[in-house]
Design a protein around this ligand. Structure first.
Ligand code: NAD
Ligand code: UD2
Length: 319
């Protein structure tokens, strides 16, 4: 039987690459990516994988891909994923994160009768610094960066297209995602990618901003993939938005203690002023996605062990 075709925009990125790997078990996958932050090496060589180099902020690129394929599912992950970049250049970010999303929605709308689900990658950044915890999907929306503003606008568009044009669509708000192939190069990279790098490097020093009491809900990338596929397959998810997180909460100090046990190493760290605008606590209520059958299979300890092991092996291979 012919396999169904799935589109993953941003499929060559950190999260996209993991999603594509899982989807290839059952589907023909088309990745659409401009490789601005993504890499071909994030993707496997597989007979059911097609890579298309293109830019979602160019309408012609988007129209062409939807003219050439009939998709059963669309996972829209392509974005300028860095908050710092969105602050530096809000307009350029907006062209990808907002305009690009509308181009994709307009094209997907024409396939609404056969498209089984359009899933949009949103972010916990939509909740901003409003302090009520845990964050539920019904919590106040108060984005404080161009990135968060565009994510909320884009997810609202996705749900509006569902109501207006019968597009079967849902959105997922990821909390702090971590795991193999996350890029640790920028000071604004996810803290666990930086920490993992430090744990695997003898001379490295970790810079701790604030006193380490800040709390986050770190979710392992494989669990994000599980959540995305569950949302795609579920009928109840239509026109709804879901938090994807682990449901665990840890302070940075706790995370460091857990990591030191896993790596059997004392971390060298220096203390620095708390970052301006840093949110003290962020964690999710995941009841809504649990009601679809989700559970995070990886505790923080399990996820960090896998990530550390992956890094160790790659270092040995000189990658
Ligand atoms: P990433 O930067 O690794 O992936 C984004 C991908 O989109 C890259 O492959 C990049 O090349 C591609 N891309 C960017 N602009 C494009 C354009 N104009 N046209 C085509 N492709 C383009 O980031 P990630 O962490 O894998 O994030 C994936 C999605 O998840 C993003 O939408 C991001 O906003 C969202 N998200 C990530 C996190 C996290 O913790 N990593 C948290 C919340 C939400
Ligand atoms: C996350 C997102 C950010 C934005 C924000 C919205 C990531 C990588 N960042 O920021 O884009 O959506 O949520 O709330 O997903 N830290 C250190 N040392 C380091 C790096 C970080 O102490 O070298 C601290 C940092 O000050 C913060 C915590 O670790 O208190 C987590 O930092 P982060 O950048 O991984 O994630 P976060 O939640 O601040």
């Amino acid at each position: 039987m012919k396999k169904k075709t799935v589109l993953v925009t941003g499929g060559a990125g950190f999260i996209g690459g993991h999603l594509v790997e899982r989807l290839l078990q059952n589907y023909h996958v088309v990745v659409f990516d401009n490789l601005s932050t993504g890499k071909r090496t994030n993707l496997p060589n597989h007979p059911d994988l097609e890579f298309i180099l293109g830019d979602i902020s160019r309408e012609i690129d988007v129209l062409t891909i939807f003219e050439n394929y009939q998709f059963s599912y669309v996972f829209h992950l392509a974005a300028v994923a860095s908050v710092a970049a969105s602050i530096e250049d809000p307009l350029l970010t907006h062209q990808t994160n907002m305009d690009g999303t509308i181009y994709i929605l307009n094209a997907a709308k024409k396939q609404a009768s056969t498209l089984q689900k359009f899933v949009f990658a949103s972010s916990a950044a939509v909740y901003g610094s409003e302090p009520t915890l845990p964050k539920r999907e019904t919590s106040a929306i108060a984005p404080i960066t161009p990135y968060g503003i565009d994510k909320y606008a884009a997810e609202s568009y996705v749900l509006a297209y569902s109501h207006l044009f019968g597009l079967k669509a849902s959105a997922a708000r990821f909390f702090n995602v971590y795991g193999p192939r996350q890029n640790p190069q920028s000071p604004y990279s996810g803290v666990l990618s930086i920490l993992t790098n430090c744990m695997g490097d003898e001379g490295a020093n970790f810079q701790l901003y604030g006193d380490g009491s800040q709390v986050r809900d770190f979710v392992y990338v494989e669990d994000v993939v599980t959540g995305l596929i569950l949302i795609a397959k579920s009928e109840e998810s239509q026109s709804e938005v879901f938090n994807i997180a682990s449901g665990e909460r840890h302070s940075l100090i706790e995370v460091i203690e857990i990591y030191e046990l896993i790596a059997d190493k004392k971390l060298s760290l220096t203390h620095h002023e708390e970052r301006a605008g840093d949110i003290h606590q962020s964690y999710a209520d995941i009841t809504k996605i649990k009601n679809l059958g989700y559970h995070a299979s990886n505790t923080l300890k399990m996820g960090l062990s896998k990530y550390h092991e992956y890094n160790r092996k790659n270092k040995k291979l000189g990658r």
